[in-house]
Design a protein around this ligand. Sequence first.
Ligand SMILES: *[C@@H]1O[C@H](CO)[C@@H](O)[C@H](O)[C@H]1NC(C)=O
Ligand SMILES: *[C@@H]1O[C@H](CO)[C@@H](O)[C@H](O)[C@H]1NC(C)=O
Ligand SMILES: *[C@@H]1O[C@H](CO)[C@@H](O)[C@H](O)[C@H]1NC(C)=O
Ligand SMILES: *[C@@H]1O[C@H](CO)[C@@H](O)[C@H](O)[C@H]1NC(C)=O
Ligand SMILES: *[C@@H]1O[C@H](CO)[C@@H](O)[C@H](O)[C@H]1NC(C)=O
Ligand SMILES: *[C@@H]1O[C@H](CO)[C@@H](O)[C@H](O)[C@H]1NC(C)=O
Ligand SMILES: *[C@@H]1O[C@H](CO)[C@@H](O)[C@H](O)[C@H]1NC(C)=O
Length: 411
Amino acid sequence: MAEQKRIVIVLFMLSLLFLSGDSRLRDQYRDDGRNSHFRVPNFIGLVAEHGRRAEWHNVTTEDGYILSIFRIVRNNNNYQLGPPIYLQHGLTGTADMFAMVKPERNIAFLLADAGYDVWLGNLRGNAYSRKHKTLSTKDPKFWNFSMDEYAIKDLPAMMDYVLNVTNRSSLSYIGISLGTTISTIFLSNRTDYNSKLNLVVHFAPVTVFKSKTLTRQILLMIADLLEGPDKSFEILPRNRFVHSFVKLVCTASPLMRELCLFLVETFMGRDREQFDIPWDLVLKFALYFPAGCSAKVLFHYFQFLRTGEFGYFDHHDDSINLQYYGKKRAPQYNLSNIVAPMVFFKALNDPLSTLEDDVALIKKLPPNTTLHYEIVNWKNFNHIDFILAKDVKKLVYDRLFEILSDINKFP
Ligand SMILES: *[C@@H]1O[C@H](CO)[C@@H](O)[C@H](O)[C@H]1NC(C)=O
Ligand SMILES: *[C@@H]1O[C@H](CO)[C@@H](O)[C@H](O)[C@H]1NC(C)=O
Ligand SMILES: *[C@@H]1O[C@H](CO)[C@@H](O)[C@H](O)[C@H]1NC(C)=O
Ligand SMILES: *[C@@H]1O[C@H](CO)[C@@H](O)[C@H](O)[C@H]1NC(C)=O
Ligand SMILES: *[C@@H]1O[C@H](CO)[C@@H](O)[C@H](O)[C@H]1NC(C)=O
Ligand SMILES: *[C@@H]1O[C@H](CO)[C@@H](O)[C@H](O)[C@H]1NC(C)=O
Ligand SMILES: *[C@@H]1O[C@H](CO)[C@@H](O)[C@H](O)[C@H]1NC(C)=O
């Protein structure tokens, strides 16, 4: 009964979101890259708000996408650069997600302050990675990518770039949510990179979908509604609509505020005690998130959900699958290839990531893989607490720093 009520409320809120998304509001603010309505500071500007500096680098993938990658610059010029660490954002995110919260609880700034050389990637199609050698974002071919291309094309290009510029033979990788999905795909497919990642950190790991939680059932209902033959188009681009929605609808009354939080908590988990983000910062997040991806990426997740299997993107077309994989069905990832050392940080109140899922993943890894599994010592820790929580430094980052300094023999 309670579950049904939740489904009804969530579907009601989502339809409100989608319906008002069709209004003039959306057209007026839609960001097509030229629209002067959309002016917010970029990553460099966000970092500057905290009195820091960043560099902007551009990396071209083997299939022609030009990706932006940012590097935090340390203020003191007279220093020895520490080991490189790469941070990977989540679904429809950008590096901006790591530049919002204040330095005392900001993983990118904390690492840079400790002396690490911090790099932040941006996957193809997000607000910073919308250029291509030949394609324009108006071309459906530009959006013809799933998580496989993130993992097999974008990550190797960015890892190579960082290793080259820093003249190192390995780096540490920290991914959140989708950042963990694609690092797992990456290491299973581009096996030579297992020796180049000296540590792979999973915040809110999302890989195998073993358990059928309520949130997942809702997601599957949404998947069925959206299902269509053509999936090469952009979804959830950076736009002012989410910001306007939060401002107009979610702050309209205490009840509406509760409903908006309820909607978010259905997907992310409820942890009000750790959630002390002021309302103006929430509105700021809503300006930067979402920031665009291909519908195929979302459908790739839906495929994991439906099948319970962790495998390559299935084209649902025998001849295309045959051409791509030599089989009529897309194969599963070969996880027995993954030998890079890993550490999982697990939240117990995360509807998108369950213990059962991780057990299923770990069973498929080689038995001798070095793996730390850390359950965050806070019962209600949720999916987004890894970036936002009031005590995230004490609960997660302090432990991470110990592990990192062991691995990197640094400082
Ligand atoms: C990377 O691209 C951005 C945006 O096009 C540009 O502003 C910046 O100067 C480029 N950086 C380098 C190092 O080429
Ligand atoms: C996307 O790639 C698949 C596989 O190569 C191909 O069959 C399909 O026609 C492509 N779609 C677009 C819009 O480029
Ligand atoms: C690596 O760096 C060197 C010099 O900085 C440059 O000449 C070379 O093209 C780079 N290689 C790659 C793969 O980026
Ligand atoms: C890169 O590192 C190697 C050894 O680690 C060193 O011999 C070489 O001089 C370095 N190259 C540059 C350009 O710093
Ligand atoms: C990696 O993925 C590509 C493209 O799907 C595939 O052709 C290749 O066989 C895969 N490699 C491994 C080691 O799984
Ligand atoms: C997976 O990779 C391992 C090690 O490279 C290999 O021995 C095995 O045959 C592969 N399994 C499949 C199903 O491709
Ligand atoms: C685990 O065992 C495999 C096969 O015996 C070996 O190739 C690999 O190097 C080992 N990995 C570690 C981390 O010891």
